[in-house]
Design a protein around this ligand. Structure first.
Ligand SMILES: NC(=O)c1ccc[n+]([C@@H]2O[C@H](COP(=O)([O-])OP(=O)(O)OC[C@H]3O[C@@H](n4cnc5c(N)ncnc54)[C@H](O)[C@@H]3O)[C@@H](O)[C@H]2O)c1
Length: 397
C-alpha cells in the first residue's frame, strides 16, 4: 500500500483535476514552498504511515481554492504500469516522472532498443517506492505486461520537419497493432493510453485488435491528447496574465492539425477573447506540435512537454482506478457523442474501469462550430484508415 500527503493552496479544477506527483500544477505551490528534500522526507513519511493505513484510496478536503490536504492511499501493493517505447525521448522522461509517483509500485520499461535495460537500472537507483525492470524485444513483452493496471504506449517514430502525423502511419500503425496484441494476450484488463502518432488512427487500430481478440472494452483504450490541453492552458494563461494553476481549456476532436479544436469559449475561469485572439490561439494550439518539430530541426518532436502531459494523464487514470470520484481529463476515445464519429476527444470521467462517462461537447460558438464542421471529414478519414489497416493487415504476433 502506498500513501501520499501533500498540501496545496489551489486544488484541482473540475476538468483536468490532475496532480502529477511532484510536478503537476496542483502541486506547484508545494514545489515553490518547500525544498525537494522536504518533499522527499514527507513522501517517505507518508509511505511508512501508509503501511498502517486502510486499503481504500481516499481524497480529502479538496476545494478549488484555499488550503487543501490531499491524502492518497492506493491498493495494497500499488499499481503496475508499463511504458512501451520506454527508451525513447518521451519514454525516458515519462518513466522518470512515473518513478516519482507514489501510487505506482512496479514500473515495467519495454523497448526494442537494448538500452532500455540500462534506463531501468539507472531509474531503479532513485530512492522512491516503486521497483523498475527493463524488458527488451518481443520475447520479453509478456513478462513486461503481465499484471499491468496501466500500459502507456509512446513507441514509434516521431515527426521531422515537413511531416504530418499521418506520415508516421506506415511505421507506427504496425507497432501499435503488435503491442496491443501483447496487451490482449497478457493484460487484457489493463487501461491502455496511446501516445504514438497518428493518435487519430492508432487508437482505432488498438480497439480493432482488442475486438479481434474478443477483449474489447471501450472504457480501457484512450488516446493521449493531454498535451493539447497543457499547451492551451499555458498559452491562455500567458496571454491573459492568469494564474496557470487555475486555467483550464477543454480541447476536443482529435490530435492532428485542424482536428485539434480548443474550446476557448469554455475556458475556466470564464475569459473573453477578441476575434483576433481567438483565431491566433486556435491556430497556434493546432500547430504547437509543429512549432516544436521545426525548432528541433530534425531532432524529433515534443518529448519533455509530452512526458509531462502523459504523466498527468497516467496519474488521472490511476486515481480513477483507485476509486476517486471526481477525475476528469479530455481524451480521444471510442464514443457516440458526435454522430458518425466513432472516436472523438472530449471531456471524460475516469473511474474504476477506465473511462466511465464521456461528456457532450456543450455549448460552442459559431466560430468553433465552423471548425467542428471542418474537422469532421478529416478525422473520419483518419479513423477509417486505422480501422481498415487492421481489416487488411493480419497481426504479426
Ligand atoms: N500524443 C501526443 O501528443 C504526442 C506528442 C509527441 C509525440 N508523440 C508521438 O510519440 C511517439 C514517440 O515519440 P518519441 O519522440 O519518444 O520518439 P523516439 O524515437 O525518441 O522514441 C521512440 C521509442 O520507441 C521505440 N520503439 C520502436 N518500435 C518499438 C516497438 N515495436 N516496441 C517497443 N518500442 C519500440 C524506439 O526504440 C524508441 O526508443 C511518436 O509516434 C510521436 O509522434 C505523440
Amino acid at each position: 500500500m502506498t500513501m501520499m500527503m501533500t498540501t496545496s493552496s489551489t486544488a484541482s479544477s473540475a476538468v483536468g483535476n490532475n496532480s502529477i506527483a511532484c510536478t503537476h500544477k496542483t502541486r506547484n505551490v508545494v514545489s515553490s514552498r518547500s525544498s525537494i528534500k522536504t518533499q522527499q522526507h514527507q513522501q517517505r513519511k507518508a509511505i511508512s504511515m501508509s503501511r498502517k493505513a486502510t486499503k481504500t484510496l481516499t481524497r480529502r478536503s479538496q476545494t478549488r481554492r484555499g488550503a487543501s490536504v490531499v491524502v492518497y492511499a492506493s491498493q495494497d501493493d500499488g499499481f503496475k504500469v508499463a511504458v512501451l517505447g520506454a527508451a525513447g525521448g518521451i519514454g525516458q522522461s515519462l518513466s522518470l516522472l512515473l518513478k516519482m509517483n507514489p501510487m505506482i509500485s512496479e514500473l515495467a520499461l519495454y523497448d526494442v532498443g537494448q538500452i532500455v535495460k540500462g534506463v531501468a537500472v539507472d531509474l531503479s537507483h532513485c530512492n522512491t517506492a516503486s521497483t523498475v525492470n527493463g524488458f527488451c524485444g518481443n520475447e520479453e513483452l509478456g513478462e513486461a505486461l503481465k499484471g499491468c493496471d496501466l500500459v502507456i504506449i509512446p513507441a514509434g517514430v516521431p515527426r521531422k520537419p515537413g511531416m504530418t502525423r499521418d506520415d508516421l502511419f506506415s511505421i507506427n500503425a504496425g507497432i501499435v497493432r503488435d503491442l496491443t496484441q501483447g496487451v490482449a494476450d497478457h493484460c487484457p484488463n489493463a487501461v491502455v493510453a496511446i501516445i504514438s502518432n497518428p493518435v487519430n488512427s492508432t487508437v482505432p487500430i488498438a480497439c480493432e485488435v482488442m475486438k479481434q481478440n474478443g477483449k474489447f472494452d471501450k472504457r480501457k483504450i484512450l488516446g493521449v491528447t493531454t498535451l493539447d490541453i497543457v499547451r492551451s492552458d499555458e498559452f491562455v494563461s500567458t496571454l491573459k496574465g492568469l494564474d496557470v494553476n487555475d486555467v483550464d481549456v477543454p480541447v476536443i476532436g482529435g490530435h492532428a492539425g485542424i482536428t485539434i479544436l480548443p474550446l476557448l469559449s469554455q475556458t475556466f475561469p470564464q475569459t473573453s477573447f477578441s476575434e483576433k485572439e481567438t483565431e491566433d490561439l486556435t491556430i497556434r494550439i493546432q500547430n504547437a506540435g509543429t512549432e516544436v518539430v521545426e525548432a528541433k530541426a530534425g531532432g524529433g518532436s515534443a518529448t519533455l512537454s509530452m512526458a509531462y502531459a502523459a504523466a498527468r494523464m497516467g496519474e488521472a487514470i490511476l486515481r480513477g482506478l483507485s476509486g476517486e470520484s471526481d477525475v476528469y481529463e479530455c481524451s480521444y476515445v471510442s464514443s457516440d457523442i458526435v454522430p458518425d464519429m466513432p472516436f472523438f476527444a472530449t471531456k471524460c470521467k475516469l473511474g474504476k474501469e477506465g473511462v466511465e462517462e464521456v461528456s457532450p461537447i456543450g455549448d460552442i460558438t459559431a466560430y468553433e462550430q465552423e471548425w467542428l464542421d471542418k474537422l469532421k471529414p478529416e478525422l473520419k478519414a483518419q479513423i477509417d484508415k486505422g480501422i481498415s489497416f487492421i481489416a487488411d493487415a493480419p497481426q504479426k504476433i
